[in-house]
Design a protein around this ligand. Structure first.
Ligand code: HEM
Length: 413
């Protein structure tokens, strides 16, 4: 993308064509060096939405992320544009709440998501992954998004939530269409209509599951939502539905995205793939490098609760403040040669957020799934290679591929 001669301060980051092939990394690089807190005034698709401040460096994102009292998740939701999604529903997910309610709800789930508890699922996740790879038997080519990434992560989070396996595809589609509403392949109804089309379907399908769990409580996460009390009160129906949607959405989309981006990077840099084939114990390091270079969510947003200043920029109460992880994870003040995929780098990164109250609940699960997915794919198809150009989802929020065509190569003995 050509940026030479462009007046960086007047660029509107919301122009859809900037995102047609994934995040505009060159533009972010220029912002980091020339105007690290950048202003976008308007949305093409939603002229009624306010513009926002873009925060592009790792240090500034760290500052915003840790200060929930100044930068609220509750006041205006966590996406740059609500896109017609009712604020009341965004605030019914704990990602869209501030303390103390946020902390109380999140605590209900944290015990089940510690690295130790998550490690208990290793064998089952490996089996789910092997089953997906078994289905490729006899084929020369595949699409790693549709054939491996999606079915594996859907079954893993589906089993946590208590969803029947035959409903995995339905939930994957609802999540992809809702979060990827800007992409015409994922949401053929158009961005303006996404909420009216998909939200009723989410409610309808979730309410069936809720009714079943009320009758027959189990130990799945849907049952936790239904039966838990916060401050002596049970959650309301829309809070249960949105709590369910938060978990299924976070679990479905993100890990698939990072797996596919990692596999693409490994196929584009065969010497990096060879390093992992020679020493599979480096796969966890490759996972961290993939999380750094390809954070599954391009941004999350906050709203200023008072007038403040960030890196010399005045921010007014009520202003939107957007943290661009796709930028901070390539911040040249933190990483040498940041655009180089290097499985031996062992980076710290902000793919899971930059600390603070909303730090990702699913880090241990995501890391385990990613390690197993990469280990199993490479062990089975060591000569796997790209078979044409992968397509990126067109979105300011989802940083992921929608297709990743591969030639599988011979199956390893
Ligand atoms: C590669 C995988 C993943 C990435 C890159 C990722 C990224 C993130 C990020 C950046 C946030 C912070 C949101 C904010 O600051 O407003 C977050 C929050 C969250 N993530 Fe993940 N996530 C991943 C996997 C998962 C998985 C597998 C789950 C499983 C349930 C999950 C559940 C959540 C939840 C519930 C929150 C909200 C936490 C809160 O508000 O306190 N994530 N994630």
């Amino acid at each position: 993308m050509a940026t030479v001669g462009r007046d960086i301060e007047s660029v509107e980051l919301t122009q859809q064509e900037l995102w047609a092939d994934g995040p505009p990394l060159e533009l972010f690089r220029e912002m980091r060096s020339k105007c690290p807190i950048h202003r976008t005034e308007r949305f093409e698709e939603f002229p009624e939405e306010d513009g926002f401040w873009s925060v592009t460096t790792a240090e500034d994102i760290h500052t915003v992320s840790r200060d929930w009292e100044t930068y609220s998740s509750e006041r205006g939701g966590v996406l740059a544009a609500a896109g017609g999604f009712p604020l009341e529903l965004a605030q019914a997910m704990f990602i869209g709440m501030d303390p103390p309610k946020h902390d109380r709800l999140k605590a209900l789930f944290q015990r089940g998501f510690t690295p130790k508890r998550i490690a208990e699922h290793e064998e089952r996740i490996r089996e789910i992954t092997r089953r997906a790879l078994d289905r490729l038997e006899g084929r020369d080519t595949a699409d790693l998004v549709a054939d491996v990434g999606q079915p594996v992560v859907s079954r893993v989070i589906g089993s946590f939530m208590g969803i029947a396996e035959e409903d995995d595809a339905l939930w994957a589609e609802l999540v992809n269409s809702t979060l990827g509403a800007a992409d015409p392949d994922l949401n053929p109804h158009g961005l303006q209509d996404a909420v009216t089309v998909y939200v009723p379907q989410i409610f309808e399908n979730c309410q069936k599951l809720i009714a079943e769990r009320r009758e027959n409580p189990t130990d799945d996460l849907t049952s936790v939502l239904i039966h838990s009390e916060v401050d002596g009160e049970k959650l309301e129906e829309h809070e249960i539905v949105m709590g369910f949607f938060l978990l299924i959405a976070a679990g479905n989309d993100s890990t698939k995205a990072t797996y596919c981006s990692a596999m693409r990077a490994l196929m584009e840099a065969p010497e990096q793939k060879q390093i992992l084939l020679d020493d599979p114990s480096l796969v966890p390091d490759a996972v961290e490098e993939a999380l750094r270079m390809f954070p599954a969510f391009a941004h999350f947003r906050r709203t200023a609760t008072k007038d403040t200043e960030l890196n010399g920029q005045q921010i007014k109460e009520g202003d939107k403040v957007v943290m661009w992880y796709v930028s901070s994870n390539r911040d040249e003040s933190r990483y040498e040669d940041p655009d180089r995929f290097d499985v031996t780098r062992k980076p710290e990164h902000q793919a899971f957020g930059a600390g603070g109250r909303h730090f990702c609940l699913g880090t241990a699960l995501a890391r385990l799934e990613l390690r197993i997915l990469i280990e199993e794919t490479l062990a089975r198809y060591p000569e796997i290679e790209l078979d044409g150009r992968p397509q990126a989802v067109e979105s300011l929020f989802l940083n992921q591929l929608k297709t990743l065509p591969v030639k599988l190569g011979p199956r390893a003995a």
